[in-house]
Design a protein around this ligand. Structure first.
Ligand code: CA
Length: 431
C-alpha cells in the first residue's frame, strides 16, 4: 500500500487543553510523532525562561507542534478540501511541515543561539535531511519528500500557499502559540476567535486569504498578538532570567577557553564550547540536561559562574531600570567604571537588553523584513491588503516598538551599614 495514503485503522487522539483534541489519522503523521527527534521536544519548553515569571508556562514545544499540526489539519480538511484553488496532493506536505516546523529548537534556544552562534532553523533542516528517524519516515513517502518538507519550513518552497499557512502574518504557528501561551501563562490577552478565522480562510494560488466578513476577528488576533508580546514574551522579569542564563553560558565558555579546570566533566558542553556541534551532540541537549549543569556549577570555584547559576536556579534575578541607549550612554559608562572600582565585573553584572516587535506590516519591497501581508477577499473577488480596510490595523502598521532595559544585581543598590561611596553613586545613577 502507498505509505503516503495509509490511514490508521482507528483514529488516534491527543487530549489538548487548547484545541480539546488533536486528531491523527495518517500513518505518516503518527510515525513522525513517535520518532525520537520529535519526542525530544517534550523536554524543551515553549517559552524558555517565562516560567520564572508566569509559573504555569511549563508547556513544551511538543504540545505547540501538535497544535500547529491540528490547526493546519482543520484548515485543509474542514475548509479548503474540495475548493478548486487547493491541491489536495499538498495535504501531507503541509501537515508534515506544520508538525516539524520547530524540530530544530534546542534548550533555551534564544540564549544558546546568541552565545554559540548557531541557528535552530539550520538544525531543523539538518534533522529533516540527516541520518535521523524523522528522515527515514519522510523518505518512505518519496525520496524527495524530506527536501520538500524542509523547503516549506525554510520558506523557499515554490508552494507558496502551503508556506503561507505555516509562516505568514496570520499562520497556524502564531494562532497556536498565542492561544497556548495565553492558556498556560493564565493571561487573558492571547484569546481571539480562531474558529471564526478558520471558517473565513480561503486558498489562493500564492497565499491563504481572509474573507472580508472575518476582518474583525483578524483585528482581534493582531491586537492579541501585540498584547502578548508586551505583556508576556518581553516581560522584563523573564528577560532578566534570560540575561542571567546568557551570562552563565558566556562565563562557562570563557572559562573553558582559559583552560579553567571544571570540578565536574563537561560532557555535553565540550563541542558547544569548541563550536563544533554535530547533529548527534545537539540532539542530546534538552532543558533537563542544561539544568543539571546549572545545578553542579553552583559549586564551582569561579565566583561569577557559581553566583550566576545560584541566581538562575533559585530565581534570584537581576533588577532592571528603563534605559535609553541613545541618550544615556554616558551614564552607562559611569556605571561601568563604578562597577569596576567596586570589583563587580560589568561584563556579567551590568547588562543592556533590548526587545523589539513590529505588530503588523504591509509589503515593503526591498526591506530587510519582507513580510507577506494579510489580504482580505472582497465580495467582488478582489484582494485588498488588511491595513487599507482596517483603521485599527492601519494605526499600528509598520510601527516598530523597541524597549531597552538595564539589568543589574539588586545588592548594588541596597542599603547596608558599610555604605561605600561607590554604592551611593551607583544608587543615585540607577534610581
Ligand atoms: Ca512555532
Amino acid at each position: 500500500m502507498d505509505y503516503s495514503a495509509e490511514k490508521l485503522s482507528e483514529e488516534k487522539v491527543f487530549k489538548d487543553p487548547v484545541h480539546r483534541y488533536v486528531h491523527v489519522r495518517d500513518r505518516v503523521i503518527w510515525d513522525l510523532i513517535g520518532t525520537k527527534e520529535f519526542q525530544r521536544l517534550r523536554r524543551i519548553k515553549q517559552l524558555g525562561t517565562t516560567f520564572l515569571t508566569f509559573h504555569g508556562a511549563e508547556h513544551s514545544r511538543f504540545s505547540h507542534s501538535l497544535g500547529v499540526y491540528e490547526i493546519i489539519r482543520r484548515i485543509i480538511d474542514d475548509v479548503f478540501a474540495g475548493r478548486p484553488e487547493w491541491n489536495d496532493g499538498d495535504r501531507l506536505l503541509a501537515l508534515c511541515a506544520a508538525l516539524l516546523h520547530d524540530l530544530g529548537h534546542g534548550p533555551f534556544s534564544h540564549a544558546f543561539e546568541k552565545v554559540f552562534g548557531f541557528d535552530h532553523e539550520d538544525f531543523t533542516r539538518a534533522i529533516i535531511l540527516g541520518n535521523t528517524e524523522v528522515n527515514q519516515v519522510l523518505a518512505k513517502v518519496e525520496a524527495d519528500f524530506p527536501k520538500q518538507v524542509a523547503e516549506v519550513i525554510a520558506k523557499t518552497s515554490e508552494k507558496k500557499l502551503v508556506v503561507s499557512l505555516i509562516s505568514s502574518q496570520i499562520d497556524a504557528d502564531r494562532m497556536d502559540y498565542l492561544q497556548r501561551d495565553a492558556y498556560f501563562t493564565g493571561v487573558s490577552y492571547g484569546q481571539f476567535d480562531m474558529e471564526r478565522i478558520l471558517r473565513v480562510m480561503r486558498p489562493r494560488e500564492d497565499q491563504s486569504v481572509i474573507k472580508k466578513s472575518g476582518m474583525h476577528a483578524v483585528e482581534d488576533y493582531i491586537m492579541s498578538r501585540y498584547q502578548m508580546y508586551w505583556q508576556v514574551y518581553f516581560h522584563p522579569v523573564s528577560r532578566s532570567a534570560e540575561v542571567i542564563l546568557t551570562k552563565i553560558l558566556h562565563r562557562a565558555k570563557q572559562l573553558f577557553k582559559e583552560n579553567y579546570t571544571f570540578k565536574y566533566e563537561l560532557v555535553h558542553f565540550i563541542s558547544l564550547f569548541r563550536e563544533q556541534v554535530t547533529l548527534e551532540d545537539y540532539l542530546k541537549l534538552d532543558e533537563s540536561v542544561i539544568m543539571y549543569y546549572f545545578q553542579i556549577w553552583q559549586e564551582e570555584q569561579d565566583l561569577i559562574l557559581s553566583d550566576l547559576c545560584k541566581r538562575f536556579v533559585n530565581r534570584n534575578l537581576f533588577k532592571y531600570a528603563e534605559f535609553d541607549p541613545a541618550r544615556e550612554y554616558k551614564k552607562l559608562a559611569q556605571l561601568t567604571t563604578l562597577f569596576m572600582k567596586a570589583g563587580i565585573d560589568p561584563d556579567y553584572y551590568l547588562v543592556v537588553d533590548s526587545s523589539s516587535d513590529l505588530p503588523y506590516d504591509f509589503y515593503r519591497p526591498g526591506e530587510e523584513e519582507e513580510r507577506l501581508p494579510i489580504h482580505l477577499l472582497m465580495e467582488n473577488g478582489d484582494l485588498r491588503e488588511l491595513s487599507r480596510e482596517s483603521e485599527i490595523v492601519d494605526a499600528i502598521s509598520g510601527k516598530r516598538r523597541t524597549d531597552h532595559k538595564l539589568y543589574y544585581p539588586a545588592e548594588v543598590i541596597e542599603d547596608d551599614s558599610t555604605e561605600a561611596e561607590w554604592k551611593r553613586q551607583i544608587r543615585s545613577l540607577l534610581n
